[in-house]
Design a protein around this ligand. Structure first.
Ligand code: BG6
Length: 489
């Protein structure tokens, strides 16, 4: 990307997020040629390490893969590591940040003369409790005087409306909204990004995407593993704050919003905010929460924890398009499978002459992961001599349809958006606020122990009450039908 020397500064450089997501995302962009030659990466953290020690730590996370036939992947990785400078310092003291600024300046000067523009991107791979401290230091010592400064932050943004607003005000007093990039990595997923195109560029969908035709919508996140050593963090937050209030709500916005005036980031985000504002207060009768049985075996989880690791709840959008259509949001850890999907179930065909009801309803499913796919469940004649209707599908599985394409990682795409200055796939401050407004009353009731946390077996579908909730919301499972991702010939 043209635009002058680029400095990518990763704060919290030795932490898990940085090692597993941030540095690999930068590296992937680098090896595909998306980053300019005049680019430097800085790692900042508290521990005293040399550059080489940081490089050594990162090595196993940076995959040396061939991206073009003329270069040796090992050499590319070495070149990349040589661009990473490590600086250690505290998060709350001036000294380290002064040093960081000097290093950035020194390399900027090496790359360009004093008048050409430069770019600085700070990635806060840190616990949010230190965001304000670190942001103050960046503001005080490290702002770019010759071009833009952008700051990436990631959830949890507070624990409820009040704490989130405090954090937003603190950050808002230091950076303008167009300098702040709030990551929700679900917005970087290929199929989530496809939602706007699917909905608004296909005549198939435009006239039927409403309460007249759609019976219910499910947005589902399942993991077949537990907290995996993150119990300390997770127990403070629980599944609603960890997954539903952010990732699944972002997906809901894109499923339910009206057509934006254009694809400009503000137009898209305006529509997301509007749909959130139409969501009614959550009815506790339409909430099921649970905890898997082995959760408290995690040594970092207190023995008396009542934190939900599973939740299924109904959101209702009170507007002309969606009045009466339940949006079932379901998320759980330690379940039977790992997948994330959007399932739109259509109403029955009126005046059915084929007894379709027995065969199941039309559904449009977007499988976000694993094995990205979109498929439409529809009723067809069963092949053969008899006139019998059966359930089949139109299937667009990405690994089959786009065999030569590697789907980029969410973080990679979002990092590139930040460098390009495109905020469409980032959460705006007012969006965050409304999302918290929706969930805060329920979360406070759960925190106060007012809702029953139902135990469920590890590797199960979660509490049976969640399936009952689905049935109450009018969702009809198709008996005997199971979609199988196609295998390559
Ligand atoms: C994170 C959550 O935001 O998303 C984790 O904190 C969860 O608990 C993860 O495992 C899931 O991300 P993905 O991309 O694997 O679905």
């Amino acid at each position: 990307i043209a635009g002058g020397c680029l400095s990518l500064i990763v704060l919290g450089a030795s932490g898990d997020l940085a090692k597993k997501k941030t540095f690999p995302a930068i590296f992937n962009l680098y090896k595909q040629g998306f980053l300019p030659d005049e680019m430097h990466v800085f790692g900042y953290a508290r521990s005293n390490m040399t550059n080489e020690e940081l490089h050594e730590k990162l090595l196993r996370y940076l995959k040396a893969e061939r991206t073009d036939p003329t270069t040796n992947p090992e050499d590319v990785r070495k070149q990349f590591l040589n661009k990473i400078t490590y600086i250690h310092g505290a998060y709350d003291a001036d000294e380290g940040f002064i040093k960081l600024n000097e290093e950035i300046l020194r390399l900027e000067r090496e790359e360009s003369d004093d008048n050409s523009p430069t770019r600085r991107l700070f990635y806060l791979a840190l616990p949010p409790s230190v965001y304000p401290l670190v942001s103050k230091q960046i503001r005080k010592h490290c702002m770019n005087q010759r071009g833009w400064t952008r700051v990436i932050v990631e959830k949890p943004f507070g624990k409820d409306l009040e704490s989130s607003e405090v954090l937003s005000s603190e950050l808002g007093s230091l950076f303008t909204e167009d300098q702040l990039y709030r990551i929700d990595h679900y917005l970087g997923k290929e199929l989530v990004q496809n939602l706007l195109v699917m909905r608004f560029a296909n005549r198939f969908f435009v006239p039927i995407w409403n309460r007249d035709n759609i019976a219910n919508v499910q947005i589902v996140f399942k993991e077949d593993f537990g907290t995996q050593g993150r119990g300390g963090y997770f127990d403070e937050y629980g599944i609603i704050r960890d997954i539903i209030q952010n990732h699944l709500v972002q997906v809901l916005c894109l499923v339910a919003m009206e057509k934006p005036v254009s694809l400009s980031p503000e137009h898209v985000r305006d529509e997301k905010v509007k749909v959130l504002q139409c969501i009614e207060p959550i009815n506790e009768e339409e909430v099921v929460i649970g905890q898997y049985e082995g959760y408290k075996d995690d040594p970092t989880v207190p023995n008396d924890s009542v934190t939900p690791t599973f939740a299924s709840l109904v959101l209702r959008i009170n507007n002309e398009r969606w009045d009466g259509v339940p949006f079932i949001m379901k998320a759980g850890k330690s379940l039977d499978t790992r997948k994330a999907e959007i399932r739109v179930q259509f109403k029955d065909v009126p005046g059915d002459i084929f007894k379709c009801k027995k065969q199941g309803r039309n559904e449009f499913v977007m499988r976000l992961q694993p094995k990205e796919a979109m498929y439409m469940k529809l009723t067809v004649k069963e092949p053969g001599l008899d006139m019998r209707a059966t359930q089949s599908e139109l299937d667009m599985s990405y690994h089959q349809r786009y065999q030569d394409i590697v789907i980029p990682e969410a973080y990679e795409r979002l990092l590139l958006d930040t460098i390009r200055g495109d905020q469409q796939h980032f959460v705006r401050r007012d969006e965050l606020r409304v999302a918290w407004e929706i969930f805060t009353p329920l979360l406070h009731r759960i925190d106060a122990g007012k809702l029953k946390v139902i135990p469920y077996k590890e590797g199960s579908r979660g509490p049976a009450e969640a399936d009952e909730l689905n049935a109450r919301m009018g969702y009809q499972r198709t008996e005997g039908y199971c979609w199988k991702p196609p295998t390559l010939q």
